[in-house]
Design a protein around this ligand. Structure first.
Ligand code: GDP
Length: 216
C-alpha cells in the first residue's frame, strides 16, 4: 500500500499545491458528441455507485460540494469534468453496477464510458475506487477488463478505510493486489483512503503530482 512516505517532499508539497488551487466544474457529458475538448492531462475516477467517489473528489479538492454526493445510487449518468491548474482535468465517471436503472440506459452509458476510456490520449490514469469493506466485485472486474483492453493506465484506490480494522485493511490490500498482478496495465500499488478522516488523501495528491510531473 503506498503511503505519503513513498513520495518526496516535493511531490507531497506539489500535490497539496495542485489541490489548493481553485477547481471548477467545467462540463457534463451524457453522449460521445458532448465530450469536451481534451484537457492537457486528465485523471478519471471510476467505481461502483456509492463507493464514495464524489466524497473522494471533494476531499482531494478540499471542497465540500465540488462533486455532488448523493444517497441515490445510480443517479449520476454523466461524465463530469472539473478543471484545475495548468489545464488539468478530473473526470468523474458515472457509477456502475446499479441494477435499478433501465437496461437501455445502462447500455448507453456503459458505451459512453468505454468510448471515453478508449479514445482519450490526454487520459493519464484511471483511479478505480473500491470499497475497502467489500474488495473487488464482478462489475469492477468488467471495468478492469475494459481498462486492460484499452491499455489505459489504472490504479486501485480503496475508499472508506475508516470502516475496517487495520488487520482487515491489510488483508484486503493483499487480496486486491494479488488479483491485480495479472493485469499488465494496472499500477501494482494501491492507495487506501478515507474521505471521512482524510487518511490517504495527501498520498493520493502526491501520486497525482508525480504523474503530472512525469507527463509534463
Ligand atoms: P458515490 O456514489 O460513489 O459518489 O458515493 P458518495 O461520495 O455519494 O458516498 C456514498 C456514501 O458513502 C455516502 O453516504 C457517504 O457519506 C459515504 N462515504 C463516502 N466516503 C466515505 C468514507 O470515507 N467513509 C465513510 N464512513 N463513509 C463514506
Amino acid at each position: 500500500m503506498s503511503t505519503v512516505a513513498d513520495y518526496s517532499r516535493t511531490e507531497v508539497d506539489g500535490g497539496r499545491r495542485l489541490f489548493s488551487s481553485e477547481w471548477k466544474f467545467l462540463s457534463a457529458a451524457s453522449s460521445v458528441a458532448s465530450l469536451p475538448r481534451p484537457g492537457r492531462l486528465e485523471l478519471a475516477f471510476a467505481g461502483r455507485s456509492n463507493v464514495g467517489k464524489s466524497s473522494l473528489i471533494n476531499a482531494l479538492a478540499g471542497r465540500r460540494a465540488l462533486a455532488r454526493t448523493s444517497h441515490t445510487p445510480g443517479r449520476t449518468q454523466e461524465l463530469i469534468f472539473f478543471g484545475g491548474p495548468d489545464r488539468l482535468m478530473l473526470v468523474d465517471l458515472p457509477g456502475y453496477g446499479y441494477a435499478a436503472a433501465a437496461k437501455s440506459k445502462v447500455a448507453a452509458w456503459t458505451r459512453l464510458i468505454h468510448t471515453y476510456l478508449r479514445g482519450r490520449s490526454a487520459l493519464a490514469r484511471v483511479y478505480l475506487l473500491i470499497d475497502a469493506r467489500h474488495g473487488l466485485r464482478a462489475a469492477d472486474e468488467a471495468i478492469l477488463d475494459t481498462l486492460g483492453l484499452a491499455a489505459v493506465s489504472h490504479e486501485i484506490v480503496l475508499t472508506k478505510c475508516d470502516q475496517v480494522s487495520e488487520a482487515e485493511l491489510a488483508e484486503r490490500c493483499q487480496s486486491v493486489k494479488a488479483t491485480m498482478r495479472n493485469r499488465p496495465a494496472a499500477f501494482p500499488d494501491l492507495i487506501a483512503t478515507s474521505a471521512r478522516t482524510g487518511a490517504g488523501i495527501p498520498a493520493l495528491r502526491a501520486a497525482i503530482a508525480r504523474l503530472v510531473r512525469e507527463r509534463s
